[in-house]
Design a binder for this molecule. Structure first.
Ligand SMILES: NC(=O)c1ccc[n+]([C@@H]2O[C@H](COP(=O)([O-])OP(=O)(O)OC[C@H]3O[C@@H](n4cnc5c(N)ncnc54)[C@H](O)[C@@H]3O)[C@@H](O)[C@H]2O)c1
Length: 342
């Protein structure tokens, strides 16, 4: 599959079993390779992949940081950059990201500015990163002022999606990916929504999981190819995220991204219903699918509408302090972005 100028490869066992198969593609990308991963994945996958790359002729060094939301910061980026400088990485370097969305967001941002930009490759290891975060080139870090407030759009040279990494991913993390899959279906593809409705009990089993990943990648790829810089349609991918990002921030980043997005999708669907854009029947189907996948419909902590709106006003997509929401007109169709204030 070609995206913009790069390829997204999807195959079971491609990296966990044969990491050396990346070598012919990687070799021309740099003289030195930095494999940057999540501390939790070091012994699980990182060391083995690094060894395989070195054995097949690449000069590869392994770096790690705690791949969790509270570490998606400017401080982590700076630390990684200093480590790269200390190890003599220059403009002829290539960076490989191995991890979930936190790792690819931080590593992509490091790659975008390191020596004014070096090539990078993404190996996503969570469902969310496979079906969403690794596609489209958005990179960045959080600040105390909000999520993903600093970053860049910087496309990788290639994405290697190997669903076999998911064998070690906890169930709770799998659910985060499901939330983004449901989002893709709601904004762009009714048939995919029906597939997710119908196959809920077997979605984590082959070949249903692979089909869902391919569908999500196809939808995100099509949207990003049409609108890389988010001047129009790409904003539809923010469905559920205006509310979701605010809830993540209000929870001190303890609420999982997928849970926050699910609550956000429910609230934003209700807004569409109240505006007369969405039917009650479809609102109920959205509620049912979120529940069926064990995702929450309401925040697990007390929050008033005023608190939520005040937090959303600071969202980077707000226009003159008024938050923007994605309005859906039916399942499978996002209609427009609207500004709504209390
Ligand atoms: N750039 C984008 O377009 C985009 C899109 C959606 C989300 N995101 C970002 O993605 C982040 C969330 O990413 P995520 O859901 O992948 O979570 P994550 O990166 O925080 O990883 C979740 C947990 O899973 C562990 N883990 C990762 N892979 C594993 C594996 N194979 N086996 C066992 N454990 C594993 C990690 O150590 C971590 O504890 C958020 O910061 C969000 O803003 C970015």
């Amino acid at each position: 599959m070609k995206l913009l100028s790069y390829e997204i490869k999807i195959a079971q066992g491609m990296i966990t079993k044969h990491p050396e198969q990346m070598v012919p593609f990687l070799k021309p990308l740099g003289a030195k390779f930095a494999l940057i991963t999540d501390e939790a994945l070091l012994s699980l996958y990182g060391e083995q992949i690094k060894e395989a790359l070195c054995l097949h002729g690449l000069e590869c060094t392994l770096f790690s940081f705690p791949g969790k939301e509270p570490y998606k910061t400017r401080a982590t980026k700076e630390k990684l950059e200093d480590q790269l400088f200390e190890q003599g990485f220059g403009r002829d370097s290539c960076i490989i990201s191995l991890g979930g969305g936190v790792v690819s967001d931080v590593v992509g941002f490091v790659a975008s500015t390191y020596c004014r930009g070096v090539p990078y490759v993404i190996i996503p290891t969570t469902l969310l990163a496979m079906c969403d975060a690794s596609i489209g080139g958005k990179t960045g870090v959080n600040t105390p002022y909000g999520k993903n407030m600093i970053g860049a759009i910087y496309q990788p040279k290639r994405v290697y999606i190997d669903p076999s990494f998911l064998q070690s991913l906890p169930q709770e993390e799998l659910k985060n990916g499901i939330a983004e899959m449901i989002k893709h279906a709601i904004i762009a593809d009714k048939e995919y929504f029906e597939f997710l409705e119908k196959n809920q009990s077997q979605i984590f089993v082959s070949p249903f999981l692979e089909k869902a990943i391919v569908e999500s990648v196809r939808i995100k790829k099509a949207i990003v190819e049409e609108d890389e810089r988010e001047a129009g349609k790409r904003a539809f991918l923010n469905f559920g995220h205006t509310v979701g990002h605010a809830l993540e921030k209000l929870s001190g980043y303890t609420l999982a991204h997928g849970e926050a997005v699910s609550i956000g999708m429910m609230m934003e669907s209700k807004m569409a219903y109240l505006q007369g854009a969405l039917s009650l029947k479809e609102l109920e189907r959205i509620q049912a699918i979120i529940q069926a996948y064990g995702l929450p419909l309401v925040p697990p902590f007390a929050v008033t509408e005023e608190e939520l709106f005040s937090c959303m006003k600071g969202d980077k997509k707000s226009v003159r302090g008024t938050p923007r929401f994605v309005l859906i007109s039916s399942i499978g169709r996002a209609k427009e972005c609207v500004q709504i204030d209390l």
